[in-house]
Write a protein that binds this ligand. Sequence first.
Ligand code: OAD
Length: 270
Amino acid sequence: MRELIDASPYTVAFTGAGVSAESGIPTFRGDEGIWRDYPPALYGNLPGLALAFLFRPRRLAGLASGVLASLLQAQPNPCHRALAMLEGEGRLRAVITQNIDGLHQAAGSRLVLELHGNAFRLRCAGCGKRTEVERERAFGVLESLRESGTRRRLLKALREYAAPCASCGGRTRPDVVFFGEGLPPGEFNRALEEASRCRLMLVLGTSAVVYPAALIPQAALEGGAKVVVIDPSRTVLSSRAHLHIPAAAGRFFALWLGRESAPGQYSADG
Ligand code: OAD
């Protein structure tokens, strides 16, 4: 893997929920995934969420508080840190992520293309302005969500989170992409550009089944790039990848970082 990175003139990473699993944020699919208990047909899109708000407010509050708590507690793990380090050394051009947790930026990555938005950002429906959600306010919202058994309380918590736009007073919403919504075009087009330009793509912790994001590794393959998958499970990309490393990304990069800081200490090369 180190040889592949060193030999590549242009490397980008494409990441999914699996890279944040070791930071305590659940993935979506599989036995431990969010969608097992909260089917995406209801909880993954806005019309479904509106129905859940009307008919299952307690359950919706449980999902929202669980997700928000894990996002607030999470810290970058060695995978996030290794990608930031590689970028700092000029060995990685960009991270293209489907994650909304901001952990790549927290680890120090600078060029992060967030295809599905960011949970700590709001977007104004009126003027389009994007604003950060301060952690302190998010912790307050978490408290309110934990007390939300009724629609009225849940609405109060949601209003606390999506405060009116500071510029125009318009209505805001979380700047994340739900199923059925378009991806931010600027980010997606830039991601496609990076994918077709790269010679090596690290595909980390994603089932790569959600479109259009899943077009990104496909664009890399079609452009002739080598693809390395790091994922404990086989994915739809494993058979087309140059290499599949069946490992947890955080654990893999913890060993890798150890070797980078103390070369020669480990005999096997990752
Ligand atoms: P998934 O839950 O579909 O896939 C997570 C992948 O991470 C699986 O392949 C796991 O095997 C793998 N995995 C689990 N633990 C890991 C670890 N420690 N290290 C490395 N890999 C690990 O999550 P995504 O592919 O990110 O979109 O899902 C894509 C999109 O589907 C999400 O952005 C979200 C979701 O629905 C929307 O909601 C629009």
